[in-house]
Design a binder for this molecule. Structure first.
Ligand SMILES: [Zn+2]
Length: 103
């Protein structure tokens, strides 16, 4: 028989979505805010996770709801590709937290 193909993973990672030219549309069904993100930026924040896991990581910046966000990855075409306004990652701030505990 012929050579076996490598098994294609069910998961599609953010780095692959980035390479494929996809963008992430994130919308909130609570306050109906829609935002577009680049997979590369999401990868900076969440690590190279499967795109199917982004939904549970995203929190709506507008109404702070976590359970109403929907995420869709797609390749924008034509006019849509030109009209999308991306929400870009500016910086990630790390807070220095001091935690005390009694002996
Ligand atoms: Zn919202």
């Amino acid at each position: 028989m012929g050579s076996r193909r490598p098994k294609i993973s069910d998961f599609y990672y953010l780095s692959q979505a980035h390479n494929a030219g996809q963008v992430a549309k994130v919308w909130c069904s609570c306050c109906r805010t829609t935002r577009f993100y680049r997979p590369y930026d999401l990868k900076e924040v969440f690590g190279d996770i499967p795109t199917t896991m982004v939904r549970e990581k995203m929190r709506c910046e507008q109404c702070k709801q976590r359970y109403y966000t929907n995420v869709d990855f797609f390749i924008p075409r034509g006019e849509e590709a030109l009209s999308i306004k991306f929400r870009r990652l500016v910086t990630i701030k790390y807070e220095r937290r001091v935690i005390w505990q009694d002996e």
